[in-house]
Design a protein around this ligand. Structure first.
Ligand SMILES: [Zn+2]
Length: 237
């Protein structure tokens, strides 16, 4: 079976990633199609004895016995079909790391990623993230499992930076201007959805808001909004 792990950045400890490596690279739609196809194959194989037994006017107990045997057979058959499908169609399945929004995604946005007029003395003109204005004290949630690291970003005041492995790639999420004393300590392992701080107005800030930065790989700031929209797997609330 031609298993391959095309993403070389997968970490050795990422067991789930490696175990499901054969699913990597397949679009969600194709994953759904294959899942449907496997389901249909189960249904087709499973339904055969029902039709046969109807024609043959078999008694119910015989049908139940056949049903059990053929279900096991169909399971074995479907297990063998997985690599065949991948090889024939030259695609693989993808395992998605669960990701959620840090706050209600319907929250008003006051500043977008990239170049901007500085909103306050000392505020950046090349904005490294996106600013949400949910109100003071609103809980901020970790977007994914990870560990809080010490990578302070200038101007963000009380902040939390979390290192994740998302779909096999190292990703950092940073949450800035949190209320003093609300930030989860460096070194803490967090799970997706854990409250890691509360919205505040610390650091270089023109008002109470949450600054969210997303960094991919080696500390590259990217526009958080399209990245989040592409990676969020969990419905809000
Ligand atoms: Zn900001």
């Amino acid at each position: 079976m031609p298993l391959s792990f095309p993403n070389a950045s997968a970490r050795p400890g990422d067991a789930a990633h490696i175990r499901l490596g054969i699913f990597r690279g397949m679009s969600r739609r194709r994953l759904g199609v294959l899942t449907l196809a496997l389901s249909m194959s189960l249904v087709v194989i499973h339904d055969l004895p029902a039709s046969a037994s109807t024609v043959a006017q078999d008694a119910a107990p015989v049908f139940e016995s056949q049903k059990l045997e053929l279900t096991e057979a169909s399971l074995a058959a479907s297990a063998m079909k997985v690599p065949v499908a991948i090889e024939r169609d030259d695609f693989s399945l993808t395992y998605y790391t669960p990701v959620q929004w840090p706050i209600d995604p319907g929250t008003r946005i006051s500043s977008y990623f990239g170049h901007r007029a500085s909103p306050c003395p000392g505020c950046s003109t090349n904005h490294s993230g996106v600013d949400f204005t949910p109100g003071a004290g609103v809980p901020v949630h970790a977007i994914a499992d990870g560990v809080v690291v010490s990578m302070p970003i200038g101007g963000l005041g009380t902040q939390v930076v979390i290192r994740h492995t998302i779909d096999g790639t190292t990703v950092y999420s940073a949450y800035g201007h949190l209320q003093s004393g609300s930030a989860t300590a460096v070194g803490t392992r967090v799970r997706m959805g854990d409250v890691i701080g509360r919205v505040g107005n610390t650091g270089m800030s023109s008002g109470t808001h949450l600054h969210l930065s997303i960094m991919v790989g080696d500390w590259n700031f990217i526009d958080p909004l399209p990245w989040m929209r592409a990676h969020v797997t969990e419905p809000w609330g």
